[in-house]
Design a protein around this ligand. Structure first.
Ligand SMILES: [Zn+2]
Length: 613
């Protein structure tokens, strides 16, 4: 057990599903918390930015009154059972968790001593909104989304497959495909999507009461993932009887987790058909390639570090025609040219057996009709549930198909009626390599789409209407974030270590690698709070920040908000083993992500009214 574990458990601001029964409350009852917050009207802007202002605390508490959720939460034994059906509530609103939250640490001692109010505190009369009552919507639980997510992950290993699957989901729900090449004819109440490069996608729904200049609720993430891409000419000389494939890492792939995995090949193929060049997606999802480790018995040679160019070359078959020539040195066989497709064709530059396998999969008879392709290796192991009670999801490429998928499901759950805003979900390629391509978030994709929408609905003054749109909008930059790893608690910051199956985590960074600030946190928290009790399990917002002696990763948030001026927050779903070929998230986390993003998309318009002077 590590040194800081008890402290971490005490101070972590989330319900701990798997913890031992907590000790008796030490201090900091809700009444005391309220006193402190009342003394410090600017409380939300100092200390912990993730605390709600006093008014919100009161509203939240009031709204719990007379609800089933409160009764069940008050069950003293609830934290002993690893159940997924309990109602989680938001941090400050939960006196039951007061022993888990050390307010002294966050706020310091008040300047003037004040007598504590009676317990429970007299809640002042404040304006409040009614809890959302939607008799037509059955209370849904996050588990509803678990299998659809794992199915999506298994079926869509490449960025092209993932974008295509999202597009099909959108079309099933009435979203119309638009092309950037053509003029658009948009209508109030309409739902649309646009793709760029087949690897990024923006979907948007126009509120029935939308007018140019109104705001947009935007969720943006990245749908690319670490992978190993086939080189332009991946054919290699046969070596010691092995047929190998030339691949190059995309972002941090070919790291140590890529050894000894069963790898398939997939991507997109350009084929000439009837005088047109068409794109076809292909997926050879049996274990074709493998990067074999060297057994530890070989001593120093097996120790690493390893060369990604020479020692992590996948094997894809055997060709022992050079048997007998192996001398133990780095000798390569003869270069064998291919005649498939004929001289000068693309197919002739590619490994023969790969050309045949792809052609068979796509029913291509004439190899010369293959114009080009972009293929990559992917771990073929399906996304699976894990853990004694199936509380985990084990899958490849969770970063960041997880938030991308959840954001799209959230959008599909929303309606355009009663809305005078835009609801947008933007999924970008190339985040893992810096986003600086036209399909990346540093490109003009999102501004171009928003500006075209405004232009469609504007009569005059388009430029100022665009500026007003950005000023009235809000962006949730949703990228997966590090869940706490029980074996490395020292690597995490106290109070900032998200748990699985609790809810998304708001990510902050003091050096602007994240967009989160106190205002954006308050906006997003209000959106989520408004739906408390609407579902079987509320998504409880958690907090992540990296330690001062580590370095934060980046997201699409800063570049998008800087380019447009849109207010923004970084909030993503927790996962373990980021950038591993095989990662872990909670089985309820996809659904909890859907809930949080949907609450934002649906509630931002009314919440934002509170923030407008
Ligand atoms: Zn990511």
């Amino acid at each position: 057990m590590t040194k800081n574990q008890p402290t971490l458990r005490k101070t972590v601001s989330t319900a701990d599903l798997y913890a031992d029964p907590p000790p008796l409350p030490r201090h900091a009852s809700l009444s005391r918390t309220l006193t402190r917050l009342q003394q410090r009207p600017r409380g939300i802007s100092r200390g912990n930015p993730f605390m709600q202002p006093q008014a919100t605390v009161s509203q939240t508490s009031l709204r719990f009154h007379n609800t089933d959720a409160r009764d069940s939460a008050e069950d003293a034994g609830r934290r002993n059972a690893p159940t997924f059906h309990e109602s989680h509530r938001h941090s400050v609103a939960a006196p039951y968790f007061s022993n888990l939250i050390d307010f002294d640490d966050d706020f310091g001692a008040p300047k003037e001593q004040q007598s504590p109010p009676p317990v429970p505190p007299k809640i002042p009369e404040i304006p409040t909104f009614e809890p959302k009552v939607e008799p037509t919507r059955e209370k849904e639980g996050p588990e509803k989304y678990t299998k659809p997510f794992t199915d999506f992950m298994t079926a869509n290993p490449t960025v092209f497959h993932a974008v295509d699957a999202v597009a099909k989901d959108l079309e099933k729900s009435g979203y119309k495909k638009l092309s950037e090449r053509d003029s658009w004819d948009l209508k109030q109440g309409g739902k649309y999507y646009v793709e760029r490069n087949g690897s990024s996608l923006i979907a948007f729904a126009v509120g029935e009461g939308y007018e140019a200049g109104n705001g947009a609720a935007v969720v943006a993430g990245h749908i690319d993932a670490l992978t190993a891409k086939l080189k332009p000419i991946p054919k290699l000389r046969t070596k010691a009887g092995f047929v190998q494939l030339g691949v190059a890492p995309y972002a941090g792939a070919l790291n140590d987790t890529w050894w000894d995995r069963d790898l398939g090949i997939g991507g997109r193929v350009l084929v000439k058909e009837h005088g047109k060049i068409v794109t076809k997606l292909v997926k050879l999802d049996w274990p074709i390639a493998r990067i074999p480790t060297l057994a530890p018995h070989f001593g120093a040679a097996a120790m690493g570090p390893f060369n990604k160019e020479t020692q992590m070359v996948p094997i894809i078959g055997l060709d022992n025609s050079d048997m007998g020539s192996f001398s133990g040195k780095e000798e390569a066989g003869e270069w064998k040219g291919s005649v498939l497709g004929g001289e000068g064709t693309f197919a002739a530059t590619q490994p023969e057996r790969l050309v045949k396998a792809i052609s068979e999969e796509l029913s291509i008879r004439d190899y010369s009709s293959i114009v080009n392709w972009e293929l990559e290796l992917f771990d073929i192991q399906p996304a699976q549930l894990g853990g004694l009670s199936k509380e985990f999801i084990f899958a490849g490429r969770i970063d960041d198909k997880l938030c991308s998928w959840a954001a799209i499901q959230a959008l599909l759950n929303t309606s355009t009626s009663g809305s005078s805003q835009l609801k947008i979900v933007a999924l970008f390629d190339d985040e893992e390599v810096g986003s600086l391509l036209r399909q990346g978030a540093r490109g003009n994709f999102l501004p171009a789409v928003i500006e075209r929408i405004v232009d469609e609905f504007a009569d005059k003054g388009v430029r100022s209407l665009i500026s007003r749109t950005y000023a009235n909008s809000f962006l949730v930059s949703s990228d997966v974030i590090h869940a706490v790893n029980p074996n490395f608690l020292n690597a995490y910051l106290e109070n900032h270590a998200p748990h699985l199956n609790i809810g998304p985590a708001v990510s902050a960074d003091s050096n602007a690698h994240m967009t989160t600030d106190s205002v954006s946190t308050a906006v997003f928290q209000h959106c989520v709070d408004r739906d408390m009790g609407v579902r079987k399990q509320d998504p409880k917002l958690q907090v992540f920040q990296i330690r001062n002696d580590s370095r934060s990763g980046g997201t699409v948030g800063p570049m998008l908000s800087a380019a447009t001026g849109i207010r923004a927050i970084d909030c993503g779903i927790p996962q373990l083993s980021m950038h591993s070929i095989r990662a872990t998230t909670g089985s309820l986390d996809p659904g909890l992500g859907v809930f949080a993003f949907q609450s934002f998309l649906e509630n931002f318009e009314s919440v934002d009214a509170e923030f407008k002077a």
